[in-house]
Design a protein around this ligand. Structure first.
Ligand code: DX5
Ligand code: ZN
Length: 210
């Protein structure tokens, strides 16, 4: 079964509760994009927003840390997340970071920027629940999907791991089918859900294609 996680970055921040409640029965969870203005050239939101949202829904919270030195914040994010994903490019002692995430009872993921090869994950793969392949340069919603992503998914598949392969950036009804065929099973979808006139219809359309 393919999983869909709307990114709240594309939702209406003046009315997040309404946007989340509107789609919550049709999604597998929500993707939380945390940006620090250092790892990526943008600042999004942090603990107060996550803590407020945690109170209004029991859905799975998939937290994507686009921050430097993520180790300093794992414990606090674990209290408001079901899964924490850190960037390969932002960590020095990845095995230690992943162990910390597990210690705090969260699923653990590693995200790769478009230029980072999947082969670098060889030794850490057995410890991961998911790999988040960035199909845009992280930092902003609404960007164009990078076409070399398909090949990257195939290469990760060839590494013979059961890890969940999640795709983030520019996912929409036109590419989701090809992404599934390449081997991806989970999708972060921002604009193609929340920037449409009917988010539930958009989600259904993507599920129907598959
Ligand atoms: C980009 C974020 C994405 C983003 C996806 O840095 O990691 O999760 O919100 O948004 P869309 O689907 O609009 O590309
Ligand atoms: Zn993300």
């Amino acid at each position: 079964m393919v999983k869909i996680f709307p990114s709240i970055l594309a939702a209406n921040f003046a009315n997040l509760e309404k946007d989340l409640k509107n789609v919550e029965n049709n999604v597998d969870g929500f993707h939380m994009d945390i940006m620090d203005g250092r790892f990526v050239p943008n600042i999004s939101f942090g603990f107060p927003v996550l803590e407020s949202l945690r109170k209004i829904t029991n859905k799975y919270f998939d937290t994507h840390l686009m921050i430097v030195e993520p180790d300093n914040y794992i414990e606090r994010f674990s209290k408001v997340s079901d899964s924490i994903t850190v960037h390969y490019e932002a960590t020095t002692h990845l095995h230690r970071t992943i162990s910390q995430i597990k210690k705090f009872d969260c699923e653990a993921g590693v995200s790769l920027n478009p230029h980072t090869p999947v082969s670098l994950l060889e030794e850490i793969l057995p410890y991961l629940d998911k790999v988040l392949i960035m199909s845009v340069n992280p930092g902003f919603g609404g960007q164009k999907f990078i076409e070399t992503t398909y090949n990257k998914i195939r290469k990760l598949k060839d590494m013979n791991s059961n890890v969940e392969i999640m795709i983030d950036g520019g996912v929409n009804p036109n590419n989701i089918d090809k992404l599934v065929k390449a081997g991806a099973s989970s999708f972060v979808v921002g604009s193609a859900v929340f920037k449409t006139s009917d988010p539930n219809k958009a989600i259904k359309e993507m599920r129907d294609i598959l």
